[in-house]
Design a protein around this ligand. Structure first.
Ligand code: IPD
Ligand code: CA
Ligand code: CA
Length: 265
Protein backbone atom coordinates (compact mmCIF):
# COMPACT_ATOMS: atom_id res chain seq x y z
CA UNK A 1 0.00 0.00 0.00
CA UNK A 2 1.30 3.48 -0.88
CA UNK A 3 2.08 5.48 2.21
CA UNK A 4 -0.29 8.26 3.21
CA UNK A 5 1.48 11.48 2.02
CA UNK A 6 0.95 13.28 5.31
CA UNK A 7 2.46 10.30 7.13
CA UNK A 8 5.51 10.56 4.86
CA UNK A 9 5.96 14.24 5.80
CA UNK A 10 5.40 13.50 9.50
CA UNK A 11 8.09 10.82 9.30
CA UNK A 12 10.48 13.22 7.63
CA UNK A 13 9.91 15.78 10.39
CA UNK A 14 10.41 13.10 13.07
CA UNK A 15 13.60 11.90 11.41
CA UNK A 16 15.08 15.43 11.44
CA UNK A 17 14.13 15.88 15.09
CA UNK A 18 15.56 12.44 15.89
CA UNK A 19 18.96 13.53 14.54
CA UNK A 20 18.97 16.48 16.92
CA UNK A 21 18.06 14.24 19.86
CA UNK A 22 20.80 11.75 18.94
CA UNK A 23 23.41 14.49 18.67
CA UNK A 24 22.43 15.87 22.08
CA UNK A 25 22.64 12.39 23.68
CA UNK A 26 26.34 12.26 22.82
CA UNK A 27 27.07 15.49 24.70
CA UNK A 28 24.60 15.44 27.56
CA UNK A 29 26.94 17.22 29.95
CA UNK A 30 26.98 20.28 27.67
CA UNK A 31 23.22 20.67 27.33
CA UNK A 32 21.64 23.74 28.89
CA UNK A 33 18.65 22.81 31.03
CA UNK A 34 15.86 24.98 32.40
CA UNK A 35 13.30 24.02 35.02
CA UNK A 36 9.76 24.96 33.87
CA UNK A 37 8.37 23.86 37.21
CA UNK A 38 9.37 21.46 40.00
CA UNK A 39 10.99 18.47 38.28
CA UNK A 40 9.72 19.72 34.90
CA UNK A 41 12.76 20.09 32.70
CA UNK A 42 13.29 21.50 29.24
CA UNK A 43 16.51 21.79 27.28
CA UNK A 44 17.76 23.50 24.15
CA UNK A 45 17.37 20.13 22.46
CA UNK A 46 13.57 20.11 23.04
CA UNK A 47 13.30 23.60 21.53
CA UNK A 48 15.56 22.92 18.57
CA UNK A 49 13.79 19.68 17.73
CA UNK A 50 10.39 21.37 17.88
CA UNK A 51 11.55 24.18 15.56
CA UNK A 52 12.74 21.65 13.00
CA UNK A 53 9.46 19.73 13.12
CA UNK A 54 7.43 22.91 12.82
CA UNK A 55 9.46 24.03 9.80
CA UNK A 56 9.13 20.73 7.95
CA UNK A 57 5.36 20.46 8.58
CA UNK A 58 4.34 24.08 8.02
CA UNK A 59 6.59 24.41 5.01
CA UNK A 60 4.62 21.62 3.35
CA UNK A 61 1.24 22.47 4.89
CA UNK A 62 1.23 26.24 5.60
CA UNK A 63 -2.56 26.26 6.05
CA UNK A 64 -2.46 23.69 8.88
CA UNK A 65 -2.57 24.62 12.54
CA UNK A 66 0.10 23.61 15.00
CA UNK A 67 0.15 22.78 18.70
CA UNK A 68 3.59 22.08 20.12
CA UNK A 69 4.69 21.60 23.70
CA UNK A 70 7.44 24.21 23.50
CA UNK A 71 6.04 26.82 21.10
CA UNK A 72 2.32 26.83 21.86
CA UNK A 73 -0.52 26.82 19.39
CA UNK A 74 -1.71 28.63 16.31
CA UNK A 75 -5.34 27.41 16.23
CA UNK A 76 -8.25 29.39 17.66
CA UNK A 77 -10.13 26.28 18.82
CA UNK A 78 -9.99 22.53 18.29
CA UNK A 79 -13.30 22.54 16.40
CA UNK A 80 -12.41 25.37 14.05
CA UNK A 81 -9.28 23.68 12.88
CA UNK A 82 -9.46 21.42 9.81
CA UNK A 83 -6.01 19.99 10.41
CA UNK A 84 -3.88 20.55 13.49
CA UNK A 85 -0.49 18.96 14.12
CA UNK A 86 0.01 18.12 17.79
CA UNK A 87 3.62 17.44 18.58
CA UNK A 88 6.00 16.69 21.39
CA UNK A 89 9.57 17.00 20.05
CA UNK A 90 10.95 14.98 22.96
CA UNK A 91 8.62 12.88 25.05
CA UNK A 92 10.59 11.56 28.00
CA UNK A 93 12.87 14.54 28.68
CA UNK A 94 13.76 13.32 32.17
CA UNK A 95 14.90 9.96 30.77
CA UNK A 96 16.76 11.74 28.00
CA UNK A 97 18.69 13.97 30.36
CA UNK A 98 19.65 10.93 32.44
CA UNK A 99 20.87 9.03 29.40
CA UNK A 100 18.01 6.51 29.63
CA UNK A 101 17.12 5.41 26.10
CA UNK A 102 13.34 5.52 26.60
CA UNK A 103 12.23 8.69 24.81
CA UNK A 104 10.64 9.59 21.50
CA UNK A 105 9.55 12.20 19.02
CA UNK A 106 5.74 12.27 18.92
CA UNK A 107 3.82 13.75 15.99
CA UNK A 108 0.03 13.52 15.85
CA UNK A 109 -2.43 15.07 13.45
CA UNK A 110 -6.00 16.01 14.34
CA UNK A 111 -8.67 16.37 11.67
CA UNK A 112 -11.49 18.49 13.08
CA UNK A 113 -10.39 17.50 16.56
CA UNK A 114 -10.07 13.74 15.89
CA UNK A 115 -6.73 11.87 15.66
CA UNK A 116 -6.01 11.18 12.01
CA UNK A 117 -2.43 9.97 12.04
CA UNK A 118 0.38 9.35 14.46
CA UNK A 119 4.14 8.87 14.34
CA UNK A 120 6.20 7.98 17.41
CA UNK A 121 9.92 7.55 16.78
CA UNK A 122 12.58 6.35 19.20
CA UNK A 123 15.87 7.29 17.51
CA UNK A 124 17.94 5.10 19.84
CA UNK A 125 16.15 1.82 19.14
CA UNK A 126 15.28 3.06 15.64
CA UNK A 127 11.70 2.04 16.19
CA UNK A 128 9.00 3.73 14.15
CA UNK A 129 5.45 3.36 15.43
CA UNK A 130 2.96 4.70 12.92
CA UNK A 131 -0.78 4.72 12.33
CA UNK A 132 -3.36 6.32 10.07
CA UNK A 133 -7.03 6.24 11.04
CA UNK A 134 -8.72 3.17 9.59
CA UNK A 135 -5.46 1.79 8.20
CA UNK A 136 -3.99 -0.02 11.21
CA UNK A 137 -0.80 0.53 13.20
CA UNK A 138 2.71 -0.57 12.38
CA UNK A 139 6.12 -0.97 13.96
CA UNK A 140 8.87 -0.61 11.36
CA UNK A 141 6.40 -1.71 8.70
CA UNK A 142 5.08 -4.72 10.64
CA UNK A 143 1.39 -4.70 11.57
CA UNK A 144 0.69 -4.34 15.30
CA UNK A 145 -1.96 -6.13 17.31
CA UNK A 146 -2.70 -5.80 21.05
CA UNK A 147 -2.48 -8.81 23.35
CA UNK A 148 -5.48 -11.09 23.86
CA UNK A 149 -4.68 -11.56 27.55
CA UNK A 150 -7.78 -11.87 29.76
CA UNK A 151 -6.13 -12.64 33.06
CA UNK A 152 -5.42 -9.49 35.07
CA UNK A 153 -3.19 -11.55 37.35
CA UNK A 154 -0.66 -11.89 34.52
CA UNK A 155 -0.94 -8.35 33.21
CA UNK A 156 1.48 -5.45 33.51
CA UNK A 157 0.46 -1.86 32.90
CA UNK A 158 2.43 1.37 32.66
CA UNK A 159 1.52 4.62 34.32
CA UNK A 160 3.02 8.04 34.96
CA UNK A 161 3.11 10.22 38.04
CA UNK A 162 1.47 13.65 37.79
CA UNK A 163 4.38 15.28 39.60
CA UNK A 164 3.37 18.82 38.58
CA UNK A 165 0.20 18.73 40.72
CA UNK A 166 0.30 17.59 44.39
CA UNK A 167 -3.48 16.93 44.52
CA UNK A 168 -3.38 14.72 41.45
CA UNK A 169 -0.36 12.94 42.87
CA UNK A 170 -2.32 11.98 45.99
CA UNK A 171 -5.08 10.64 43.75
CA UNK A 172 -2.52 8.71 41.73
CA UNK A 173 -1.39 6.82 44.86
CA UNK A 174 -4.98 5.72 45.44
CA UNK A 175 -5.30 4.64 41.80
CA UNK A 176 -2.09 2.64 42.03
CA UNK A 177 -3.24 0.83 45.18
CA UNK A 178 -6.55 0.02 43.52
CA UNK A 179 -5.06 -1.17 40.21
CA UNK A 180 -2.43 -3.32 41.94
CA UNK A 181 -5.20 -5.35 43.60
CA UNK A 182 -6.14 -6.67 40.20
CA UNK A 183 -3.04 -6.84 37.97
CA UNK A 184 0.42 -8.37 38.35
CA UNK A 185 2.57 -5.24 38.31
CA UNK A 186 2.99 -1.65 37.19
CA UNK A 187 5.78 0.06 35.23
CA UNK A 188 6.81 3.73 35.11
CA UNK A 189 8.79 3.96 31.89
CA UNK A 190 8.79 7.75 31.44
CA UNK A 191 7.36 8.40 27.98
CA UNK A 192 3.59 8.46 27.59
CA UNK A 193 3.88 8.25 23.80
CA UNK A 194 5.94 5.05 24.03
CA UNK A 195 3.70 3.63 26.77
CA UNK A 196 0.79 3.75 24.32
CA UNK A 197 2.91 2.27 21.52
CA UNK A 198 4.00 -0.53 23.84
CA UNK A 199 0.36 -1.38 24.48
CA UNK A 200 -0.07 -1.49 20.69
CA UNK A 201 3.00 -3.72 20.35
CA UNK A 202 1.88 -6.10 23.08
CA UNK A 203 4.84 -5.26 25.33
CA UNK A 204 2.46 -3.85 27.93
CA UNK A 205 -1.07 -5.01 28.62
CA UNK A 206 -2.35 -1.64 29.69
CA UNK A 207 -1.57 1.99 30.47
CA UNK A 208 -3.26 4.73 32.50
CA UNK A 209 -2.28 8.26 33.38
CA UNK A 210 -3.81 11.57 34.43
CA UNK A 211 -2.54 15.13 34.25
CA UNK A 212 -1.39 14.40 30.73
CA UNK A 213 -1.23 16.88 27.81
CA UNK A 214 -2.52 16.48 24.23
CA UNK A 215 1.00 16.33 22.77
CA UNK A 216 1.94 13.43 25.08
CA UNK A 217 -0.83 11.16 23.80
CA UNK A 218 -2.22 12.44 20.49
CA UNK A 219 -0.08 10.20 18.26
CA UNK A 220 0.20 7.25 20.63
CA UNK A 221 -3.50 6.91 21.32
CA UNK A 222 -4.27 6.45 17.62
CA UNK A 223 -1.46 3.90 17.32
CA UNK A 224 -2.93 1.96 20.26
CA UNK A 225 -6.47 2.18 18.86
CA UNK A 226 -5.40 1.11 15.40
CA UNK A 227 -3.69 -1.91 16.95
CA UNK A 228 -7.03 -2.87 18.48
CA UNK A 229 -6.73 -1.32 21.95
CA UNK A 230 -9.64 0.30 23.70
CA UNK A 231 -8.64 3.81 24.73
CA UNK A 232 -10.79 6.13 26.85
CA UNK A 233 -10.79 8.74 29.57
CA UNK A 234 -11.42 7.58 33.15
CA UNK A 235 -15.20 7.77 32.65
CA UNK A 236 -15.08 5.52 29.61
CA UNK A 237 -15.62 8.48 27.24
CA UNK A 238 -13.51 9.80 24.39
CA UNK A 239 -12.41 13.12 25.96
CA UNK A 240 -8.83 12.01 26.64
CA UNK A 241 -7.24 15.11 25.09
CA UNK A 242 -9.60 17.57 26.79
CA UNK A 243 -9.59 15.92 30.23
CA UNK A 244 -5.92 14.98 30.29
CA UNK A 245 -6.60 11.43 31.44
CA UNK A 246 -6.27 8.20 29.57
CA UNK A 247 -6.63 4.46 30.06
CA UNK A 248 -5.72 1.92 27.38
CA UNK A 249 -5.59 -1.84 27.03
CA UNK A 250 -7.11 -4.75 25.18
CA UNK A 251 -10.84 -5.10 25.67
CA UNK A 252 -10.44 -7.18 28.86
CA UNK A 253 -7.65 -5.19 30.45
CA UNK A 254 -9.24 -1.87 29.61
CA UNK A 255 -12.35 -2.96 31.47
CA UNK A 256 -10.37 -4.19 34.48
CA UNK A 257 -8.37 -0.93 34.65
CA UNK A 258 -11.46 1.26 34.19
CA UNK A 259 -13.24 -0.58 36.99
CA UNK A 260 -10.26 -0.24 39.33
CA UNK A 261 -9.90 3.49 38.51
CA UNK A 262 -13.60 4.02 39.24
CA UNK A 263 -13.29 2.11 42.53
CA UNK A 264 -10.54 4.49 43.65
CA UNK A 265 -12.39 7.69 42.72
C1 IPD B 1 6.24 13.41 30.09
C2 IPD B 1 6.27 11.93 29.79
C3 IPD B 1 5.91 11.13 31.02
C4 IPD B 1 4.57 11.55 31.58
C5 IPD B 1 4.54 13.05 31.84
C6 IPD B 1 4.88 13.81 30.57
P1 IPD B 1 7.87 15.12 28.76
O1 IPD B 1 6.53 14.18 28.93
O2 IPD B 1 5.34 11.60 28.78
O3 IPD B 1 5.86 9.76 30.77
O4 IPD B 1 4.36 10.86 32.78
O5 IPD B 1 3.23 13.41 32.26
O6 IPD B 1 4.87 15.20 30.82
O7 IPD B 1 7.77 16.22 29.77
O8 IPD B 1 9.02 14.24 28.96
O9 IPD B 1 7.70 15.60 27.37
CA1 CA C 1 5.59 14.78 26.80
CA1 CA D 1 8.34 16.99 25.79
Amino acid sequence: MAMNPMLTIARRAAEEAGKILQLGQRQLDQIQIEEKGRGDLVSVVDRRAEDVIKNVLLDKYPQHDFLGEESGETRASAEESEYCWVIDPLDGTTNYLHGLPQFAVSIGLLKRGKPELGVVYNPVSEEWFTAARGEGAQLNGRRLRVSGLRDGGRAIAATGFPFRDPDLLTRQYALLASVLQEIADVRRLGSAALDLCFVAANRLDGYFEMGIKPWDICAGLLIAQEAGAIVSDFSGGQDMLERGEIVAGNIYLHKILLTRLAAAA
